[in-house]
Design a protein around this ligand. Structure first.
Ligand code: BG6
Length: 510
């Protein structure tokens, strides 16, 4: 027993293991007929209910233009759950969950529909005991954010009465540059206070992303070498094998850098590079992420330190894939990037001079997201050059997905009578070390919204700082020519390889 700190380890241990269960509440989804809602949000709600993490009277309201009745909506949720839920289907869970499902039909500018929504929420407070606690999930194209939040205000739906809460959940993209993000923040904060707003970056809901913090700050091993004295560079890769699918309308004009570097990749950079927060609390985490994002510096020559490209036709997974410009709904003159690579620096004592290379692309060789911290070579080697010529640099690779885990790469003697050193790796795989499977990011994030836990949600400042990093790059690209091309199914354009080669480095082939 730790008498000094007066802790009771037995009680504390029990507390930690108690699942965090949401109190009385409901979720209103705007844009409920969209892909995200069907593939991610509805299944996540069911999975939470199945894991016993939602209150018994939990309610789900869908809002959309479709002419549906409550039963049609419930049927839609049922199909989505059957197809996409992570956990097994259980009739009794479904029966209970479907009791609290309602549908409200209308356009976003339709006052009558918002009055119906209000009545529906009141009715659920009575029938399901939701206690006036509702989160509004804006799973809608960004151009509709302003009208939806203003309608919520106009109809008194954002108001927290007594002990009840109201929260707004906002999907990315949060603006398309710094100016539009600021405008949007202004509009949202006219209606909701900062602690009522939850901006989704679903990468922060991933287990392996949260594990960056555990790896760095719950161990002694890595932190002493996590700096410019030992680290040569960092590579953050988010590669996808899919093309743009049916998302031409969203993607064209947005592109890879705005779609995922501005949010997912810069958040990964922030977690990898930030200082240790004073506690694992939302304010402390945001303060450190904000500091490090504020210290990010762009290299002077953007022509040499950024690359954008588009996929051309090629072979992917044994099938012929068309090029981006031939995809349905894409302007054949489009200059939208489906691949982007950038070199960033962080202007602080820990990282000065250490490049962070970020890259992402669609239709690349394989779906993989990883953060590779690549260490400097040993300053001196007692071995002959020939003994170590096959030795790479030491690296710690955080495998975010799909093969979740961590790899440590280092040199080891090859068995035999001569001294020869080659790379080997030590692996930690989630699947082998833990019996629990990882929840989907959206399960964690929806639960956190209902609990009012803001740790995993980027704040206004983080979003704005990320645009500040990206804006000059996008402007440079606008002024300079056309994107390069890369064959579908490969690892991106030759220009990206040249960008690293100029620094005497190369991309990893995960
Ligand atoms: C989304 C992007 O945020 O992330 C998509 O808009 C991308 O373009 C997706 O495909 C990837 O998410 P995940 O979780 O499959 O890596």
């Amino acid at each position: 027993m730790n008498a000094v700190h007066g802790a009771n380890p037995l009680r504390d241990a029990a507390d930690r293991r108690l699942p965090r269960i949401a109190g009385p509440s409901g979720l209103v989804i705007f844009g409920v007929t969209g892909d995200l809602s069907r593939k991610k949000l509805m299944p996540a709600v069911y999975d939470l209910a199945n894991r016993g993490l939602l209150p018994p009277g939990f309610s789900l309201i869908g809002f959309a233009r479709r002419e549906w009745q409550d039963e049609d909506f419930a049927d839609e949720v049922y199909q989505a759950v059957k197809q996409h839920a992570r956990t097994p289907f259980r009739e009794e869970v479904w029966q209970q969950l479907s009791q609290g499902m309602r549908f409200v039909q209308g356009n976003f500018d339709d006052d009558e529909a918002f009055e119906t929504l209000k009545k529906t929420m009141d009715e659920l407070d009575q029938a399901q005991g939701t206690g006036g606690n509702f989160a509004f999930y804006l799973s809608v194209p960004p151009k509709f954010f302003p009208v939806v939040v203003q309608q919520l205000k106009k109809h008194g739906l954002a108001e927290e009465k007594g002990d009840s809460w109201r929260r707004a959940v906002i999907e990315k993209p949060f603006g398309h540059d710094l100016a539009s993000a600021k405008d949007l923040n202004g509009i949202v904060h006219e209606v909701f206070s900062p602690d009522q707003v939850f901006r989704i970056d679903h990468y922060l809901g991933k287990e392996t992303v949260q594990n960056i913090l555990a790896l760095r700050f719950a161990n002694t091993l890595f932190e002493p070498i996590w700096n410019r004295s030992y680290v040569d560079h960092v590579q953050i890769t988010m590669a996808e094998d899919i093309g743009i699918g049916g998302r031409a309308g969203y993607y064209d004009g947005i592109g890879a850098a705005r779609d995922v570097i501005q949010n997912h990749l810069l958040q990964l950079l922030a977690l990898t590079a930030m200082e240790e927060p004073a506690s694992f609390d939302a304010d402390a985490l945001a303060a450190e992420k904000t500091k490090v994002l504020g210290a990010v510096k762009l290299p002077k020559d953007l022509g040499k330190s950024t690359v954008r490209a588009q996929y051309a036709a090629g072979w992917q997974g044994g099938a012929r894939a068309v090029g981006y410009l031939e995809e349905d709904g894409i302007d054949p003159q489009s200059k939208t990037d489906t691949y982007a690579a950038v070199k960033l620096e962080i202007d602080n004592r820990r990282w000065a001079g250490v490049p962070f290379y970020l890259r992402t692309g669609k239709r690349l060789g394989r779906r993989v997201t990883e953060i590779a911290v690549v260490f400097q070579r040993a300053p001196h080697s007692p071995f002959d050059h020939t003994a170590t010529e096959e030795l790479g640099q030491n690296a710690l690779v955080i495998r975010v997905q799909p093969d979740e885990g961590v790899t440590l790469r280092f040199g080891s003697k090859v068995p035999g009578t001569s001294m020869e050193v080659r790379d080997v790796s030590m692996d930690f795989a989630y699947g082998e070390s833990f019996t629990e499977s990882s929840p989907e990011a959206y399960e964690r994030l929806i639960l956190d919204v209902l609990l009012g836990d803001a740790n995993l949600f980027p704040r206004t400042e983080e979003v704005e700082l990320s645009w500040k990093i990206l804006d000059p790059i996008e402007q440079y690209w606008d002024r300079h020519g056309k994107p390069a091309q890369y064959e579908s199914g490969t690892w991106g354009p030759a220009e990206a390889d040249e960008m690293l080669a100029r620094d005497g480095r190369s991309w990893r082939r995960p």
